[in-house]
Design a protein around this ligand. Structure first.
Ligand code: NI
Ligand code: MN
Length: 225
Protein backbone atom coordinates (compact mmCIF):
# COMPACT_ATOMS: atom_id res chain seq x y z
CA UNK A 1 0.00 0.00 0.00
CA UNK A 2 1.38 3.35 -1.10
CA UNK A 3 -0.02 6.49 0.52
CA UNK A 4 0.60 9.91 -1.01
CA UNK A 5 -0.22 13.13 0.85
CA UNK A 6 -2.06 15.49 -1.53
CA UNK A 7 -2.35 18.24 1.04
CA UNK A 8 -4.66 19.26 3.89
CA UNK A 9 -7.04 16.30 4.57
CA UNK A 10 -6.28 14.69 1.23
CA UNK A 11 -4.64 11.37 0.46
CA UNK A 12 -4.07 9.25 -2.61
CA UNK A 13 -3.80 5.55 -1.81
CA UNK A 14 -2.60 2.84 -4.18
CA UNK A 15 -3.55 -0.65 -3.08
CA UNK A 16 -3.96 -3.86 -5.11
CA UNK A 17 -3.69 -1.85 -8.36
CA UNK A 18 -6.63 0.34 -7.30
CA UNK A 19 -6.37 4.09 -6.68
CA UNK A 20 -8.33 5.59 -3.80
CA UNK A 21 -8.48 9.34 -3.29
CA UNK A 22 -9.58 10.72 0.08
CA UNK A 23 -10.94 14.26 0.58
CA UNK A 24 -9.30 15.99 -2.40
CA UNK A 25 -8.58 19.71 -1.78
CA UNK A 26 -5.90 20.62 -4.29
CA UNK A 27 -6.99 23.40 -6.65
CA UNK A 28 -7.97 25.74 -3.79
CA UNK A 29 -4.92 24.91 -1.64
CA UNK A 30 -2.09 27.43 -1.99
CA UNK A 31 0.32 24.87 -0.51
CA UNK A 32 -0.49 22.32 -3.26
CA UNK A 33 0.02 24.50 -6.34
CA UNK A 34 2.69 22.08 -7.62
CA UNK A 35 0.15 19.24 -7.83
CA UNK A 36 -2.05 18.80 -10.88
CA UNK A 37 -5.44 17.34 -9.91
CA UNK A 38 -5.82 16.26 -13.55
CA UNK A 39 -3.02 13.76 -12.96
CA UNK A 40 -4.53 12.18 -9.83
CA UNK A 41 -5.64 8.63 -10.57
CA UNK A 42 -8.85 7.46 -8.95
CA UNK A 43 -11.06 4.39 -8.94
CA UNK A 44 -12.77 5.52 -5.74
CA UNK A 45 -13.12 8.84 -3.92
CA UNK A 46 -13.71 8.47 -0.20
CA UNK A 47 -15.20 11.56 1.46
CA UNK A 48 -15.20 11.95 5.25
CA UNK A 49 -17.59 14.92 5.41
CA UNK A 50 -19.12 17.71 3.34
CA UNK A 51 -16.95 20.69 4.29
CA UNK A 52 -15.50 22.63 1.36
CA UNK A 53 -11.92 21.83 2.31
CA UNK A 54 -12.64 18.11 1.77
CA UNK A 55 -14.68 18.03 -1.45
CA UNK A 56 -13.51 20.88 -3.68
CA UNK A 57 -11.96 18.60 -6.33
CA UNK A 58 -14.35 15.65 -6.09
CA UNK A 59 -16.30 16.46 -9.25
CA UNK A 60 -13.19 17.38 -11.23
CA UNK A 61 -11.55 14.04 -10.44
CA UNK A 62 -14.70 11.91 -10.64
CA UNK A 63 -15.85 13.37 -13.98
CA UNK A 64 -12.44 12.64 -15.53
CA UNK A 65 -11.84 9.20 -14.03
CA UNK A 66 -15.33 7.83 -13.43
CA UNK A 67 -14.28 7.16 -9.84
CA UNK A 68 -17.00 5.94 -7.49
CA UNK A 69 -18.00 8.24 -4.62
CA UNK A 70 -17.91 6.51 -1.20
CA UNK A 71 -19.28 8.50 1.71
CA UNK A 72 -22.25 8.84 4.00
CA UNK A 73 -25.69 8.65 2.40
CA UNK A 74 -26.23 12.42 2.22
CA UNK A 75 -22.88 13.18 0.59
CA UNK A 76 -23.30 10.25 -1.80
CA UNK A 77 -26.75 11.55 -2.81
CA UNK A 78 -25.41 15.10 -3.26
CA UNK A 79 -22.93 13.86 -5.87
CA UNK A 80 -25.24 11.18 -7.28
CA UNK A 81 -27.73 13.97 -8.08
CA UNK A 82 -24.94 15.55 -10.16
CA UNK A 83 -24.61 12.31 -12.13
CA UNK A 84 -21.73 10.69 -10.26
CA UNK A 85 -21.85 7.01 -9.36
CA UNK A 86 -20.82 5.57 -6.05
CA UNK A 87 -21.61 3.71 -2.90
CA UNK A 88 -23.54 5.16 0.08
CA UNK A 89 -22.55 4.13 3.60
CA UNK A 90 -23.28 5.24 7.13
CA UNK A 91 -21.69 5.03 10.56
CA UNK A 92 -20.67 1.59 11.75
CA UNK A 93 -21.33 0.00 8.39
CA UNK A 94 -18.72 -1.94 6.43
CA UNK A 95 -18.51 -2.95 2.80
CA UNK A 96 -16.16 -5.25 0.97
CA UNK A 97 -14.78 -3.39 -2.05
CA UNK A 98 -12.41 -4.94 -4.61
CA UNK A 99 -9.42 -3.41 -2.79
CA UNK A 100 -10.52 -4.28 0.77
CA UNK A 101 -13.04 -3.72 3.50
CA UNK A 102 -14.10 -0.18 4.38
CA UNK A 103 -15.90 0.81 7.59
CA UNK A 104 -17.35 4.32 7.98
CA UNK A 105 -16.33 5.31 11.50
CA UNK A 106 -17.53 7.93 13.94
CA UNK A 107 -16.10 11.43 14.06
CA UNK A 108 -17.00 14.38 16.28
CA UNK A 109 -17.21 17.40 13.99
CA UNK A 110 -19.83 18.99 11.67
CA UNK A 111 -20.63 18.30 8.00
CA UNK A 112 -22.51 21.01 6.10
CA UNK A 113 -21.99 21.80 2.44
CA UNK A 114 -20.71 25.26 1.53
CA UNK A 115 -24.26 26.49 0.84
CA UNK A 116 -25.37 25.37 4.30
CA UNK A 117 -27.21 22.26 3.12
CA UNK A 118 -27.07 19.08 5.16
CA UNK A 119 -24.08 16.80 4.65
CA UNK A 120 -25.06 14.06 7.08
CA UNK A 121 -22.82 13.42 10.05
CA UNK A 122 -19.03 13.42 9.65
CA UNK A 123 -16.99 10.24 9.70
CA UNK A 124 -13.69 8.58 9.09
CA UNK A 125 -12.63 5.37 7.37
CA UNK A 126 -11.12 2.12 8.54
CA UNK A 127 -9.60 0.45 5.47
CA UNK A 128 -8.54 -3.20 5.81
CA UNK A 129 -6.65 -4.69 2.86
CA UNK A 130 -4.29 -7.58 2.21
CA UNK A 131 -1.52 -4.96 1.84
CA UNK A 132 -2.19 -3.26 5.17
CA UNK A 133 -4.79 -1.72 7.45
CA UNK A 134 -5.16 2.01 8.05
CA UNK A 135 -7.51 4.27 9.98
CA UNK A 136 -8.25 7.70 8.54
CA UNK A 137 -9.86 9.68 11.33
CA UNK A 138 -11.30 12.54 9.25
CA UNK A 139 -11.86 15.90 10.88
CA UNK A 140 -12.60 15.01 14.48
CA UNK A 141 -12.13 15.78 18.12
CA UNK A 142 -10.48 13.22 20.32
CA UNK A 143 -13.31 10.82 21.10
CA UNK A 144 -13.72 7.67 23.18
CA UNK A 145 -15.22 6.02 20.09
CA UNK A 146 -11.64 5.67 18.82
CA UNK A 147 -11.27 2.86 21.39
CA UNK A 148 -13.58 0.80 19.16
CA UNK A 149 -11.04 0.76 16.32
CA UNK A 150 -8.60 -1.79 17.85
CA UNK A 151 -11.58 -4.04 18.63
CA UNK A 152 -12.17 -4.23 14.87
CA UNK A 153 -8.66 -4.30 13.41
CA UNK A 154 -4.94 -4.04 14.10
CA UNK A 155 -3.62 -0.90 12.45
CA UNK A 156 -0.44 -0.45 10.45
CA UNK A 157 -0.98 3.31 10.30
CA UNK A 158 -3.32 5.90 11.80
CA UNK A 159 -3.96 9.11 9.86
CA UNK A 160 -4.90 11.75 12.41
CA UNK A 161 -5.66 15.48 12.20
CA UNK A 162 -3.15 17.48 14.23
CA UNK A 163 -3.80 21.12 13.27
CA UNK A 164 -5.97 22.00 16.27
CA UNK A 165 -8.73 24.67 16.24
CA UNK A 166 -11.08 22.84 13.79
CA UNK A 167 -9.98 19.34 14.92
CA UNK A 168 -7.90 17.82 17.66
CA UNK A 169 -4.35 19.10 17.96
CA UNK A 170 -1.06 17.32 18.61
CA UNK A 171 -1.58 16.56 22.30
CA UNK A 172 -5.05 15.08 21.74
CA UNK A 173 -3.79 13.15 18.70
CA UNK A 174 -1.19 11.47 20.91
CA UNK A 175 -4.03 10.25 23.16
CA UNK A 176 -5.97 9.22 20.03
CA UNK A 177 -3.01 7.11 18.93
CA UNK A 178 -3.22 5.35 22.31
CA UNK A 179 -6.98 4.79 21.85
CA UNK A 180 -6.53 3.27 18.38
CA UNK A 181 -3.43 1.35 19.57
CA UNK A 182 -1.12 2.48 16.80
CA UNK A 183 2.33 4.00 17.22
CA UNK A 184 2.82 5.03 13.57
CA UNK A 185 0.89 8.18 12.80
CA UNK A 186 0.58 10.20 9.61
CA UNK A 187 -0.41 13.72 10.56
CA UNK A 188 -2.78 15.72 8.35
CA UNK A 189 -5.11 18.73 8.42
CA UNK A 190 -2.41 21.22 9.46
CA UNK A 191 -0.66 24.33 8.05
CA UNK A 192 -3.23 24.99 5.28
CA UNK A 193 -4.80 28.01 6.98
CA UNK A 194 -3.53 30.40 9.61
CA UNK A 195 -5.69 28.82 12.31
CA UNK A 196 -4.01 25.41 11.92
CA UNK A 197 -0.33 26.18 11.44
CA UNK A 198 1.85 23.98 13.64
CA UNK A 199 5.49 23.62 14.64
CA UNK A 200 6.59 20.42 12.88
CA UNK A 201 9.64 19.64 15.00
CA UNK A 202 7.77 20.23 18.26
CA UNK A 203 4.93 17.97 17.09
CA UNK A 204 7.33 15.17 16.10
CA UNK A 205 9.25 15.40 19.37
CA UNK A 206 6.04 15.24 21.41
CA UNK A 207 5.12 11.97 19.66
CA UNK A 208 8.63 10.53 19.95
CA UNK A 209 8.63 11.33 23.69
CA UNK A 210 5.75 8.82 23.90
CA UNK A 211 7.66 6.29 21.74
CA UNK A 212 5.46 7.03 18.74
CA UNK A 213 6.40 8.11 15.25
CA UNK A 214 4.71 11.14 13.71
CA UNK A 215 5.20 11.23 9.93
CA UNK A 216 4.71 14.61 8.24
CA UNK A 217 4.94 14.26 4.46
CA UNK A 218 5.67 17.04 2.02
CA UNK A 219 2.65 17.55 -0.22
CA UNK A 220 3.09 15.09 -3.09
CA UNK A 221 5.36 12.77 -1.08
CA UNK A 222 4.53 9.13 -0.31
CA UNK A 223 5.07 6.37 2.19
CA UNK A 224 4.72 2.64 1.76
CA UNK A 225 3.26 0.44 4.47
NI1 NI B 1 -14.31 19.88 8.46
MN1 MN C 1 -11.44 20.28 7.39
Amino acid sequence: MKITYIGHGGLSIEVLDKHIVVDPFVTANDLAKHLDPNEIKADYILITHAHFDHIVDVELIANRTGAKIVSNYEIFMHFNNKGLEGHPMNHGGSWQFDFGKVTYTNAVHTSSFQDGSYGGNPGGFLIETSEGTIYIAGDTALTYDMKLIPLMATLDLAVLPIGDNFTMGVDAAIVASDFVECSKILGYHYDTFGYIKINHEEAKSKFSAKNKELILLDIGASINI
